[in-house]
Design a protein around this ligand. Structure first.
Ligand code: SF4
Ligand code: SF4
Length: 242
């Protein structure tokens, strides 16, 4: 341990500083953070790469000194904007952690309704709480250095990305859609089984997790680059879906 309290280890004989890593949540179900805690098989290896200093789901200690901040959830309240700005100020690298943080995720479904008052009444009934009219992703307020997509994120992908950050390797996401991985995994296409799937237009990178288990893709990682939405609509119509 150094005088700053940063743990050290070596990689190929080269001393490496373990970054101080913090996890935070805004409006979210906390399912993305839970993926990390649940990761029993490789949790110890993961922990040997980083020095976790904030993680409310797993520890009580807290600090404002961290290098990498993983922020889960979208911004739906005014106080979350202040909190996010503080995290941005403290962190060298800010990671949007999960689809809520990357592009609003489940929370942004409410943005599609024209009347936010009606939405709040339907959701909160007699017990209203103060929320913004729209749910927004992190990059609507602060600069985001890196995005990890998924609802929830896939732990293996998080570990790979964190490892790359620690050893200073470029982090890149696949540009191809889920179908590429699904075909490589030799799955029977769900359309052939009479079920809809958004794999043709959804960003890959998760080894076609849902279609592998015979669940159609719901598009939780957002659109693939150059997603051909018109063709997707044609495929849906062809198979009798709206
Ligand atoms: S992306 Fe999904 S799993 Fe993660 S916090 Fe949002 S709703 Fe929960
Ligand atoms: S099941 Fe979905 S992801 Fe797999 S090939 Fe068919 S459309 Fe693509």
């Amino acid at each position: 341990m150094t005088d700053q309290g940063i743990l050290k280890r070596t990689y190929l004989g080269i001393p490496m500083e373990l970054p101080h890593v913090a996890f935070f949540e805004l409006s979210s179900c906390e399912g993305c953070q839970l993926q990390i805690v649940n990761n029993e098989a490789s949790l110890l290896d993961f922990l040997s790469l980083v020095n976790i200093v904030n993680f409310r789901e797993a520890m009580t200690e807290q600090t404002d000194y961290y290098d990498i901040a993983f922020v889960e959830g979208s911004v739906t309240r005014a106080d979350e904007i202040d909190r996010l700005n503080t995290i941005r100020k403290n962190a060298k690298i800010l990671v949007a952690f999960g689809s809520c943080a990357c592009f609003g995720g489940v929370n942004q479904l409410r943005n599609r309704f024209k009347d936010p008052i009606w939405v709040k009444k339907r959701v909160y009934g007699k017990y209203p709480i103060v929320t913004n009219d729209l749910a927004k992703p992190l990059d609507a307020f602060v600069n985001v250095d890196l995005r990890i997509y998924g609802c929830p994120v896939k732990k293996e992908e998080v570990e790979k990305i964190v490892t790359n950050i620690v050893i200073g390797k470029t982090v890149s996401h696949p540009k191809y859609p889920v179908c590429m991985e699904c075909k490589a995994n030799e799955n029977v296409c769900l359309f052939d089984l009479g079920e809809p799937c958004l794999g043709p237009v959804t960003r890959g990178g998760r080894d076609s997790w849902c279609p592998n288990s015979r669940f159609g893709c719901w598009g939780c990682r957002g659109p693939a680059e150059d997603a051909n939405v018109e063709q997707m609509q044609a495929i849906m119509r062809e198979h009798g879906f709206s």
